[in-house]
Design a protein around this ligand. Sequence first.
Ligand SMILES: [Zn+2]
Ligand SMILES: [Zn+2]
Length: 156
Amino acid sequence: MISTGRGLPLLMLNGYTFSKNSRGHQLYYCSKLIKGCKARVKLDLQGWVERLRGEHNHPPPQYVQTADGLYMKINKTYSFIPTARGKPLLMVAGYTFSFKRETPDHTFYVCSRYKSTSCPCSCKIDAAGNLVQLREHTHYPPKYVATQYGSYKQIA
Ligand SMILES: [Zn+2]
Ligand SMILES: [Zn+2]
């Protein structure tokens, strides 16, 4: 669940944002509903995704979290997913990356599917926090669900 600073919170799922339907319980529609997107999400009472319906007809918007906890739309962004142990996963456009190594100038990440799919996609973040993505993925993104409690759960 992300706060936009105004109105109802958005649900963020695989890089897409959803707005709560004012009538439905736990029903969220893609923020691009007015543009004809039919994707929608139903949450169960615990805040987990119960159902995902419809396909998006557009690429995901890109959001970045600012220091005060609000999210802003920008063109190129990434976020971190806390893990139970070790370094957090890096998430870029719905794909997750595992920490590889750090140098004074860059932090290197490899695709979290590297072991299972031999995906060659890796990326690095420079000292200023800019993301440099190097290669294309050879697979679809894993499906992670952000819960309203700020934790993540992998659903596929
Ligand atoms: Zn959509
Ligand atoms: Zn990959």
